[in-house]
Design a protein around this ligand. Structure first.
Ligand SMILES: Nc1ncnc2c1ncn2[C@@H]1O[C@H](COP(=O)(O)OP(=O)(O)OP(=O)(O)O)[C@@H](O)[C@H]1O
Length: 206
């Protein structure tokens, strides 16, 4: 099974205080990996290191593929008049693709997350669950091999959570490697693999 992302002996410090102490973790193609653990365990830090938005103080992250990171609260300035469609297309802009192929990829991605009917709505006029799905669609439109989600279901209702689980299962079945920070027991039960952190260390794996 391909390992598009391998994190080895990761350490990370905020202002001199180490919060990750030598964490090893892999994301496997075609599998959903739940990243779990109590508050403050280092899950968000780990996923940001995996995504490359932070650099480890020591250790390494090897990536064989493009990474899409779905954050809890995307920072899209309220003054930017972006539609859902614009948002989904965003990651594809610098990838030397024709407008037509981008438009097709965006249509497919919106359909995959059940957001076709929202394409022309402002990204600012979506519920939390809809916004998360639009960001997942952004990763799908870019055809990112690695999809990382930081608690995408936080604050969402049961139906939205189920929907996210179903979408991720389909994307994994398409061969993407998915890393998913979640606190939800049903999400964990549905995951194929688990990276369990406590106090900045890996404690158990399924
Ligand atoms: N910007 C920051 N500056 C200083 N310390 C931070 C910062 N971000 C996180 N930390 C600390 O790093 C540790 C790990 O935080 P992190 O957010 O990665 O944990 P988490 O497992 O994702 O927690 P939660 O489940 O509460 O989101 C915590 O002790 C936290 O207080």
């Amino acid at each position: 099974m391909a390992i598009p992302l391998r994190a080895t002996a990761l350490c990370y410090s905020y202002a001199g205080a180490e919060v990750l102490h030598g964490v090893d973790a892999e994301l496997v193609a075609g599998r959903v990996t739940a990243i779990i653990g109590p508050n403050g365990a280092g899950k968000s830090t780990l996923i940001e290191l995996m995504a490359g938005v932070r650099q480890p103080s020591s250790g390494s992250v090897e990536r064989a593929g493009d990474v899409a990171l779905v954050v809890q609260r995307p920072q899209i300035p309220a003054t930017l008049p972006m539609t859902v469609r614009d948002t989904v297309a965003m990651g594809t802009w610098n990838r030397r693709r024709s407008r037509r192929s981008i438009a097709q990829a965006v249509d497919v991605a919106l359909e995959r997350v059940g957001m076709t009917g929202f394409a022309h709505r402002s990204i600012h006029a979506l519920s939390g669950g809809q916004r998360q799905r639009a960001l997942i669609a952004q990763g799908i439109a870019r055809d990112a091999e690695i999809l990382l989600l930081d608690e995408p279901a936080a604050g969402l209702d049961v139906a939205s959570r189920r929907r996210t689980r179903e979408i991720l299962a389909v994307e994994a079945a398409c061969g993407r490697a998915i890393g998913w920070v979640t606190h939800d027991e049903e999400d964990v039960a549905a995951a194929d693999r688990i990276v369990h952190l406590a106090h900045g260390r890996r404690v158990a794996t399924r």
